[in-house]
Design a protein around this ligand. Structure first.
Ligand SMILES: Cc1cc2nc3c(=O)[nH]c(=O)nc-3n(C[C@H](O)[C@H](O)[C@H](O)COP(=O)(O)OP(=O)(O)OC[C@H]3O[C@@H](n4cnc5c(N)ncnc54)[C@H](O)[C@@H]3O)c2cc1C
Length: 395
């Protein structure tokens, strides 16, 4: 086991940290708090990231990216995550980053040119549509209700989705629709739908606790939405399989970014506790403050090691489903605890908008729900454990 970073990795990590501190964090007060009006800020920050040689860390040079392996991405994404604007600046934010990977992996050359090229260049944004209002797909994707059927030489999509991040202002959406009997990983297909398709509608932007993602979380509708056969992404009926291809790395990159956000919260807690005097001593000298600070440090370290290990597995070509699942649960719960402790340590200042803790508190809570709620990951992890036990028993 070698946990050391190469000189190149260390320099990249430091460069990203400096870029976030010197260029991105000073622009935070300009961030719109209602998910809209992002375009100018986003493109200015992306231009600055390009000049700093930090644009598109996760994509190959063929798409203008830095071509980093997952292990090196952990360093850059964590640093970027210290600001909620960081991954926008580097063009490695959700859902675009996962969509880029998926398009690169399974898109046709025409789809790559039409959708991936502008997305990678930062000229467009995208969305990914799986979740539906009850009784449709949620934590259980097999409840998928949105349907696509072939009529002549066209596919026709009908259904409603919600909580579709970034849909407002996105140039296209990758939508999951039922095209057959849902069995195992079969029965669903991914389609690329242009935002200007007249039968695709954004019904509303759902008002949510978190407010800092361009395009918000939207409810959308497909009403006899016709698309050409060329809109099928990958093969028909393989949608769930591709969702796993997308989600494995995508949930790990969420972990990387949010770990950076937790670090930022910790920095504020430490700074405050080191200066504030209460009952005759600095907070930093009171055991009741030292222990939560220590707990946060311990848990963030464990979280980082889980992320590094899962990233290393992905670099070996391993799907790392079990490991990304475990990391998702642990990191999501850790970052929520770390931010909550930081708010408590900073007292009233912690819930003010004078420092970014209140914003982090709002933004971080949904991470325990999206990309699989913690309970559902625990269910999958346990199922794998018992499956292995059954296999071992039956020899
Ligand atoms: C901020 C945000 C952004 C999102 N972005 C997107 C997006 O871009 N695209 C998209 O398609 N979706 C998106 N989602 C939706 C997200 O993927 C779903 O919320 C998630 O899959 C859970 O589905 P649900 O909300 O329908 O919860 P439900 O399926 O109704 O489950 C509700 C709760 O029940 C519990 N639960 C469910 N099953 C079990 C079980 N087996 N055992 C124990 N407990 C269980 C969990 O606590 C879960 O949170 C987003 C959600 C949020 C909050």
């Amino acid at each position: 086991m070698d946990f050391s970073l190469s000189p190149e990795q260390r320099s990249l990590q430091e460069r990203t940290r400096r870029f976030i501190d010197e260029v991105v964090i000073p622009r935070e007060p300009e961030a719109p708090l209602d998910n809209s009006g992002w375009d100018t800020l986003r493109s200015q920050l992306q231009a600055a990231a390009g000049e700093a040689g930090l644009f598109l860390p996760h994509m190959s040079s063929a798409w203008g990216g830095m071509g980093l392996d997952w292990r090196t991405c952990t360093l850059v994404f964590e640093e970027a995550g210290r600001s909620l604007l960081g991954s926008q600046a580097l063009n490695c934010s959700a859902p675009d980053e996962g969509n880029m990977h998926l398009l690169e992996k399974i898109g046709t050359p025409e789809q790559k040119e039409r959708y991936l090229q502008p997305l990678a260049a930062g000229a467009t944004r995208s969305a990914f549509g799986m979740t539906e209002p009850a009784p449709g797909a949620g934590a259980d994707p097999s409840l998928l209700q949105t349907r696509a059927e072939q009529r002549g030489d066209r596919w026709v999509i009908n259904g409603r989705k919600w909580f579709i991040t970034g849909a407002q202002g996105a140039a296209f959406i990758i939508v999951m629709a039922r095209t057959g009997e849902i069995r195992g990983h079969g029965g669903a297909t991914m389609f690329l739908v242009d935002a200007d398709n007249p039968a695709y509608t954004i019904v509303r932007k759902v008002p949510t606790l978190d407010t800092m993602l361009p395009g918000g979380h939207c409810e959308i509708e497909f009403n006899d939405c016709e698309v050409a056969p060329a809109a099928v992404l990958g093969e028909v009926n393989k949608g769930f399989e591709y969702a796993q291809v997308r989600l494995g790395p995508a949930r790990l990159t969420h972990c990387m970014r949010w770990l950076g956000a937790a670090r930022r919260a910790m920095e504020h807690a430490v700074r405050y506790a080191a200066q504030r005097v209460s009952f005759g001593a600095r907070l930093a000298d009171q055991q009741g403050v030292q222990w939560p600070i220590a707990d946060s440090e311990i848990e963030m370290h464990a979280a980082r090691l889980m992320i590094w290990h899962a990233a290393w597995l992905l670099d070996q070509g391993h799907p790392a489903r079990h490991e990304t699942s475990m990391a998702k649960v642990f990191v999501a719960e850790t970052v929520n605890r770390v931010v909550d402790r930081a708010v408590q340590i900073c007292g009233a200042l912690g819930i003010s908008e004078d420092i970014p803790l209140a914003m982090l508190y709002r933004e971080i809570r949904p991470f325990r729900i999206y990309d699989g709620p913690s309970e559902v990951h625990r269910m999958s992890i346990a199922r794998r454990i018992f499956r292995r036990a059954d296999e071992a028993r039956s020899g």
